[in-house]
Design a protein around this ligand. Structure first.
Ligand SMILES: [Zn+2]
Length: 130
């Protein structure tokens, strides 16, 4: 059951309470008892629906946290092109052999999972693209 089912049951319970008020005026004990039984049954269903909804919300919160952690892991560093699981971390940085004199760097990246390494040109001022 979900929140919508819980709310529908709650509306049903409220309807029963209205009926009980009407009975109160004429005071029909048998009808009062049957309406009370129905009310208890409906309220028990509301309780089930709400606890199911609480469980669903907790499950979604867990999932959101899991996805958040995954996003954080995936956005910190580049994905390894070889194993697709590890992250490429910078292990060395220095002047590029050809463009180093104009401020271009060469960075060595190493996968934290499979150990694959790559050299990347790092050009913060975009000089090699002009
Ligand atoms: Zn790798």
């Amino acid at each position: 059951m979900d929140i919508a089912a819980g709310l529908a049951l709650l509306a049903q319970a409220t309807g029963i309470v209205k009926d009980l008020r009407a009975i109160d005026k004429s005071f029909d004990v048998a009808l009062l008892k049957s309406q009370m039984a129905e009310l208890y049954g409906t309220l028990a269903d509301v309780k089930i629906a709400l606890s199911d909804a609480r469980e669903t919300i907790h499950e979604k919160e867990r999932k959101i946290k899991e996805l958040g952690d995954k996003v954080a892991a995936l956005t910190s560093g580049e994905a390894c092109p070889i194993c697709n699981e590890g992250r490429m971390k910078i292990t060395a940085s220095g002047p590029h052999p050809t463009f180093g004199r104009v401020g271009v760097l060469e960075r060595t990246l190493k996968c934290d999972k499979c150990g694959h390494t790559e050299k990347h040109l790092y050009d913060p001022s975009g000089l090699t693209k002009r």
